[in-house]
Design a protein around this ligand. Structure first.
Ligand code: M6R
Length: 613
């Protein structure tokens, strides 16, 4: 949430900072700003309401010179999106600050600073950082010391970067709850909230740990842990490709990412299946025996948010049906604030694309205190907080996902969760035949998904019917119920059409009252054991004058008529049907959003990585 870029270099850094913001814009995009110290040691600041392009135009029209600077793209928490609330915030015309996260005790600090004569010009919590550091610099010997002291007073989450025009070749950064990465250059150094921002200038990165404060100059990076001890953080070479942030031939990142799914799944499977067996090294962690842990567990507790929560819901069906292991799934923001019971030998599984979702991370930390036998994260971002703090990590190999609406991260999570199901089931009586069958189903996925993607034109035509609709209902049964939920989330998120999902059997317990010709009903109907039950639910809708859009297995014998449009989905194995049926729903929401003219990749009010609770 929000994006930060900073640089200390000999060359002018304005273009590096603005390009970095462009690459981070998916994290927040309601306003953006940059501050640079020029050669006369003056602070120059430009801020604009709206997208990074507004800022880029302003900087183009009035170029900024100088080699030390910080920049920010904002997702508003405290204070409306506006130029005055945009970062960087400045104190006494000396200190400039950018910040991700929330300073929860900002009001208390603000009152104290007002007593000291500081005047606040924004409604943000961030401005207290600038004034507090300025205030502390009256007694502290260095910017580093002032920031370290200030951090002790903050309650909440922050990734923050501070610069002082009187000490023009230095940035001080602090991390507590919001990720920051340092990028090493030759005679220049950088930092950002996500390494994607810095790929055009460096590939060598070190992640700050919780509580770290670091000072960065052109030639040195000095890192101190939460106790103030000097520490080293390992620097690694990024494996992500430089152009991961480009749309290529596609109109939107979301569409590109939908079409990348066969490759993303292939990459996620690669080298992880040997002789029809899951290679448990795929779940490895430092100093832990993944094989043994997966053997020993008797219960799985899954925690996640949003789309990742939906993949966890599917996994519950799989774990209980195929592996014979009990499983609970809960939304992270609920789990973290209630007293829960920890069964014996329970594995805590977190699922996250970003690995930085604040609620999921907090739930993992709580789970460790509660005494889960072990923790595993299914995650797409190497080096992210969830990966570093979990005992084991299964990395989905979806590649960078830029569109706010999660697509390829979801389907690769499901691939990882099915592999986990097989790896656990193997020791719980799953027959070798079933293991082999499930593995073969997984292997058939990329080709199957290519077949579904070939339906895009038909789905685009269907989307026309939704242009004037305000509400919609998604129905599924069994492991397709979470897929209906995911379809509804996708549609509401990018087309702003109100969408609800129900387990189809639940229809008659209330939602049936909503059915009329203005409420399209979308049904996912693979040819499984529940198909006849689902057909009865379809009849209930038909009898109330509802209009249906059914994504049905070619063998399920649905036919289009006046009340129902059927898209025939190629037949697939039952086990992988939740993954296969996700694709048409992703395409449907994409094309509806195109018709509605919304900002597909950066839908209103949302941000890609939710690092605040
Ligand atoms: O990075 P995470 O998977 O932890 O993110 C969780 C949710 O914020 C995320 O899935 C969100 O719901 C997506 N925008 C859905 O498309």
């Amino acid at each position: 949430m929000c994006g930060i870029v900073g640089a200390v270099a000999q060359r002018d850094v304005a273009d590096i900072l603005v390009e970095g913001l462009r690459r981070l814009e998916y994290r927040g995009y309601d306003s953006a700003g940059v501050a640079i110290i020029n050669n006369d040691n003056e602070l120059q600041r430009v801020r604009r309401l709206g997208k990074v392009q507004e800022l880029a135009d302003a900087v183009n029209n009035n170029p900024l010179s100088g080699g030390t600077g910080i920049a920010h793209t904002r997702w508003a928490t405290h204070g409306v999106p506006s130029e005055e609330n945009a970062h960087p915030h400045i104190s006494s015309n000396n200190i400039a600050v950018v910040h991700n996260g929330i300073i929860e005790n900002h009001q208390e600090l603000k009152n104290l600073l007002i007593e000291q004569g500081y005047v606040f010009t924004s409604q943000t919590d961030t401005e207290v950082i600038a004034h507090l550091v300025d205030h502390l610099l009256k007694t502290e010997a260095s910017l580093l010391a002032a920031v370290q002291k200030a951090c002790k007073q903050f309650i909440g989450a922050y990734g923050t970067v501070i610069m002082d025009r009187r000490d023009p070749e230095r940035l001080v950064v602090a991390r507590s709850g919001s990720p920051l990465v340092i990028g090493y250059g030759l005679g220049e150094n950088f930092l950002a909230s996500d390494m994607m921002a810095l790929l055009p200038v460096t590939r060598k990165f070190a992640f700050l740990e919780e509580g770290d404060v670091a000072e960065i100059t052109r030639f040195e990076v000095n890192i101190f842990d939460k106790k103030g001890n000097a520490v080293e953080r390992d620097a690694t070479e990024a494996q992500v490709s430089h152009d991961a942030g480009d749309k290529g031939e596609y109109r939107h990142y979301m569409l590109k990412e939908i079409y990348e799914q066969p490759t993303a799944i292939r990459n996620t499977l690669e080298n992880r299946i040997i002789d029809n067996q899951i290679n448990t090294e795929a779940f490895a962690g430092d100093g832990v025996n993944a094989d043994q842990i997966l053997k020993d567990i008797d219960h799985v507790q899954i925690i996640a948010c949003g789309t990742s929560y939906h993949s966890g819901m599917v996994a519950r069906y799989w774990l209980e049906q195929y592996a014979g292991v009990s499983c609970n799934i809960e939304i992270a923001s609920e789990f973290r604030y209630r007293k829960s019971f920890v069964p014996k030998n329970a594995l805590l599984v977190t699922i996250s694309q970003s690995g930085e979702t604040a609620d999921t991370l907090a739930a993992l930390r709580l789970g460790k205190e509660l005494g889960y036998a072990s923790s595993l994260t299914i995650c797409n971002v190497p080096g992210s907080s969830l990966v570093r703090e979990s005992d084991m990590a299964f990395m989905t190999k979806a590649g960078a996902e830029i569109g706010v609406a999660s697509t390829k991260a979801f389907t690769t999570q499901l691939v990882g969760l099915m592999m986990m199901t097989i790896a656990i089931g193997k020791n719980k009586g799953m027959t070798p035949e079933l293991q082999q069958e499930l593995v073969q189903s997984l292997m058939s996925l990329p080709a199957k998904i290519d077949e579904v993607l070939a339906l895009a034109k038909d789905i685009e035509a269907l989307a026309e019917d939704f242009a004037d609709k305000h509400h919609s209902l998604f129905l599924g049964r069994g492991d397709q119920y979470p897929i209906a939920m995911e379809g509804a989330l996708k549609l509401k998120e990018i087309s702003y059409i109100h969408a609800e999902a129900y387990a189809a059997g639940e229809l008659k317990h209330g939602p049936l009252a909503l059915i009329d010709a203005d409420m399209p009903v979308i049904v996912v109907a693979p040819n499984n054991d529940l198909i006849e039950k689902l057909k009865s639910n379809v009849e209930e809708v038909r009898a109330r004058g509802g209009l249906m859009y059914v994504f049905a297995d070619t063998d399920a014998k649905f036919a289009s008529d006046d009340t129902m449009k059927v898209i025939q989905v190629p037949h697939c194995d039952e086990a992988i049907a939740p993954i296969v049926y996700t694709l048409p729903l992703q395409l449907l929401s994409y094309y509806v959003a195109i018709i509605k003219g919304t900002d597909v990749d950066q839908p209103r009010n949302l941000a890609k990585s939710v690092t605040v609770e």
